[in-house]
Design a protein around this ligand. Structure first.
Ligand code: PLP
Length: 361
């Protein structure tokens, strides 16, 4: 098999041991004579899978009992609509704008007729290369919620210090740093994440929502209604069964390695290696404010678009896949999620050092 390092921002690299376990169970799950893909979602074998997935996630994130865990579809993008539909009707809602995904969440909320969408802070002016100061944020207490993106996948920033929002529930799009940075669930009213970075295959969306926010508003669609999904234990319709099964295997892997704190430690170590190199490099540079740098998505540039292109193509030829920066920001981006091995970071730095020697600084 071709040996490569996959720096994709998502769908992203999965632990090899998880893929091997899935392979070993692919056509005959627990001697059932069936693949997990072929199991009825109402069967006891699948119910066991989804229940184990939930209880592992609860354990890994220390999710308090007064929160529901939902396994849904539609990606994090559908949550941009489900959150306002379920949580706000005649109340205003607040957003912190820290990048492209925040912008999309704001734009979807604005499509809901009559919803008053307020932007309380933004780093748009600095091209989203930093997180605005949230320590002094004045959060109006009549908001239905305050939405933030804990990790900005495209721009490479993270929110490490949450704003004090008083009684207003924080809603977090945690798509690109769930299970990778150790947040306290109780600090949020709702957390959502597309699975395809730190959880498993695309097609699954995890929502963790506090009881009092479930059934808060009447929702004109069963599929979009947290209350209906919660009552049905995420089995209102056919859920993404295979993706839930792989997520369960990933949760087991995270637990075996020592849990979210250990993931965070490993991610800090991997990210620091690359950031340290970027600091001393005379050719490559990080455009992101030091205090706000993401552990998971690390953009870097040479400042010369043609040289960036050459770097990406030479890197790809050498087995470093998916290093091209997002089309909106250009340059390069190394995504180092939980399953990305530290050896890949060392190899990338060696490659960058060689490239730098050839192309000057
Ligand atoms: N939010 C963030 C922070 C993301 O990184 C992404 C996807 O990369 C999304 C939302 C959209 O997720 P999905 O493709 O699951 O709708």
């Amino acid at each position: 098999m071709k040996e490569i390092y996959n720096f994709s921002a998502g769908p992203a690299v999965l632990p090899k041991s998880v893929l091997l376990k899935a392979q070993s169970e692919l056509i005959n799950y627990r001697d059932s004579g069936m693949s997990v893909m072929e199991l009825s979602h109402r069967s006891s074998l699948f119910e066991e899978i989804i229940q184990e997935a939930e209880s592992l996630l609860r354990e890994l994130m220390a999710i308090p009992d007064n929160y529901r865990v939902l396994f849904l579809q539609g990606g994090a993008s559908l949550q941009f609509t489900m959150v306002p539909l379920n949580l706000a009707k005649d109340q205003a809602v607040g957003y912190i704008n820290t990048g492209t995904w925040s912008e999309k969440a704001i734009s979807e909320a604005k499509k809901i007729p009559g919803l008053d969408v307020q932007i309380l802070a933004s780093s748009q002016e600095s091209n989203y290369t930093n997180i605005p100061d949230l320590s002094t944020l004045d959060v109006p207490q009549d908001l239905a919620y305050l939405h933030l993106t804990t990790n900005n996948t495209i721009e490479g920033t993270s929110i490490y210090h949450l704003p004090k929002s008083g009684a207003v529930p924080l809603v977090a799009d945690m798509s690109s740093n769930i299970l990778s940075t150790d947040y306290q669930v109780a600090d949020f009213g709702l957390i959502y994440a597309g699975a395809q970075k730190n959880i498993g295959p695309a097609g699954l969306t995890v929502v963790i929502v506090r009881d009092d926010l479930v059934g808060k508003e009447k929702v004109p669609s069963a599929m979009l209604d947290y209350a209906i999904q919660a009552k049905a234990n995420s089995l209102y319709n056919t859920p993404p069964t295979y993706a839930i099964y792989i997520a369960k295997l990933v949760f087991e892997w995270v637990k075996e390695l020592g849990g979210v704190k250990e993931m965070e430690r490993r991610n800090q170590e991997k990210a620091q290696l690359l950031y340290d190199y970027l600091e001393i490099s005379a050719l490559f540079d990080s455009p992101v404010a030091i205090a706000d740098r993401s552990l998971n998505n690390i953009p870097f540039v040479t400042g010369q678009p043609e040289l960036d292109k050459q770097f990406v193509s030479e890197a790809e030829a050498a087995g470093f896949e998916n290093l091209k920066g997002h089309r909106l920001v250009g340059g390069m981006r190394a995504s180092l999620y939980n399953a990305f091995p530290v050896e890949g970071v060392h190899a990338l730095i060696d490659f960058m050092t060689n490239f730098e020697q050839q192309h000057g600084g």
